[in-house]
Design a protein around this ligand. Structure first.
Ligand code: NAD
Length: 467
């Protein structure tokens, strides 16, 4: 579990904590450090707001469409703030905002369908779907707005209200998003709370919360599940990943290299579903290492607000320390940095994106989630060995297979033990598809209609054919 928390700065506006710009390493603003005991009144208000919000599906649809318009209209305010606190290039911040708006529209149009139970008995039984009540959402720092919307869009569309806590590393854009949405949503339907721990722990275990939806690390996910057990609230956990990409003998390396590189390095590799390990057949190994290293050496690393930057800084100091530690360990284990692998000089948390070759398969950079701009490339002899290595992990989020014979690639993809497998792509996600990690990567299903039903409970009305 993380032990690092942003600095507290008591001041005239109450307890607050500093928010740092990862491109400079300097504080540039503050956010309220709300106390856990403030949650009692907030959850009570969310419960009160639930009565009206759940009662009128048509009004909800209208409000969610208005919310989507409001998010889009605020893009020019939200995007630079998101880049400032998170580090990602501005275009990626705009993409997060567009995704949040699209997700609101997607769920605004999705209605739960009542289902008759047809089993031959002389009864007319029907399943109707009911909301759960106030839902708690806890969000990490890698995609603050996109992941917030992945929680509030289905939860609110289902007729629940929500109390949402962003990461203390990235509270500001989410706070602004909350005030943008308040123009479209009734009061207390969505409340953003910010603060350092134990605010999240208290939110997850609050007795007034009926569902806890969490995205973050496995260790914190376990703590959240334990907390939610106190009130027997439902939990949805979207946790870490260590996705493997397997290249087949017929992969055309130059043709796929850009796509593979960005599947690993987008958002500085801080993506749960990034490619975190590449397995290449021995015959193609040097070519794959060189193709990826060439891209790592030429990609433009710089402040996200600079229009030319393709990769921003690592998002926060503890994460940079983790990336440095992981790389140093791999090099000590005998790996070779074919590109990058060191912190860049100057202010900010910039790191030269690393392609690591000749990595022992037991090195933590292979077995653990690095969650940064580092990519180990491993050779394999027989394909079965690559599939076995890809599956030999406690994680099970995604995976991909790359080759020109699509039928063969699909057959190999079908052997991956994970929630989503791609062919010649990675981490391409439709709003309409289920998102569910297996093993330690998650519990429950988000995305698509499954995400809506994850925020509902079945209510069965059982009626005989005759009185
Ligand atoms: P984290 O687990 O440290 O924090 C996530 C959130 O939990 C933050 O808001 C944090 O403040 C809060 N928190 C911390 N301690 C808590 C506690 N005891 N109780 C309740 N809440 C607590 O994760 P992070 O470092 O912010 O994010 C990176 C991790 O998130 C990576 O492991 C990554 O793979 C994972 N992630 C998963 C997905 C997915 O969909 N599967 C998506 C994005 C990120």
């Amino acid at each position: 579990m993380p032990t690092h928390q942003p600095r507290r700065t008591p001041g005239p506006r109450g307890e607050r904590f500093a928010v740092l710009d990862p491109a400079t390493g300097e504080a540039f603003d503050e956010a309220p450090d709300q106390r856990p005991d403030e949650l009692d009144a907030i959850v009570e208000r969310a419960h009160d707001a639930w009565r009206d919000w759940r009662a009128d599906p048509a009004a909800r649809t209208t409000a969610l469409f208005a919310a989507a318009d409001a998010v889009e209209a605020a893009g020019a305010d939200l995007a630079p703030l998101l880049t400032r606190e998170q580090g990602k290039p501005l275009a990626e911040s705009y993409a997060e905002i567009a995704r949040a708006a699209a997700r609101l529209r997607y769920f605004a149009e999705l209605d739960p369908v009542p289902e008759p139970i047809v089993d031959g008995r002389p009864v007319r039984s029907e399943i109707r779907w009911r909301p759960l009540g106030p839902v708690a959402a806890i969000v990490p720092w890698n995609f603050p707005l996109q992941l917030a919307s992945a929680k509030f869009a289905p939860a609110l569309a289902a007729g629940n209200t929500m109390v949402l806590k962003p990461s203390p590393f990235t509270p500001l854009a989410t706070r602004l998003l909350g005030s943008v949405l308040s123009a479209a949503l009734p009061q207390d339907v969505l409340t953003i709370v910010t603060g350092r721990e134990p605010l999240g722990a208290r939110l997850a275990s609050h007795p007034g919360i009926r569902h806890v939806t969490f995205t973050g690390s496995i260790a914190t996910g376990r703590a959240v599940a334990e907390g939610a057990a106190a009130s027997l609230a439902r939990v949805t956990l979207e946790l870490g990943g260590n996705d493997a990409a397997i290249l087949l003998e017929d992969a055309e390396v130059e043709r796929i290299a850009d796509r593979l590189f960005w599947a690993a390095f987008r958002n500085c590799g801080q993506v749960c579903m990034a490619v975190k390990r590449v397995y290449a057949p021995a015959r193609l190994y040097s070519q794959v290492v060189e193709a990826l290293a060439e891209r790592a050496k030429t990609v433009v690393v710089g402040p996200g607000l600079d229009p030319g930057s393709q990769l921003g800084p690592v998002s926060n100091a503890p994460q940079l320390a983790r990336v440095e530690r992981c790389t140093a360990q791999a090099l000590a284990d005998g790996a070779r940095a074919a590109a990058g692998g060191h912190r860049l000089e100057g202010p900010g948390y910039f790191f030269a994106p690393a392609i690591l070759a000749d990595v022992p398969s037991g090195s933590p950079v292979v077995t653990e989630e690095q969650f940064g701009p580092i990519l180990p490339v491993l050779p394999y002899g027989r394909l079965d060995e690559a599939v076995e290595a890809a599956n030999d992990t406690g994680f099970g989020l995604g995976g991909s297979v790359w080759g020109t014979d699509l039928d063969r690639a699909e057959a190999v993809a079908g052997r991956l033990e994970c929630g989503t497998a791609w062919i010649n792509h990675h981490a391409e996600l439709s709003l309409a598809q289920p998102f569910a990690g297996i093993k330690d990567s998650g519990v429950g299903v988000a995305g698509g209609p499954w995400g809506l039903y994850g925020n509902l409970r079945p209510f069965v009305v059982h009626r005989p054919e005759e009185a």
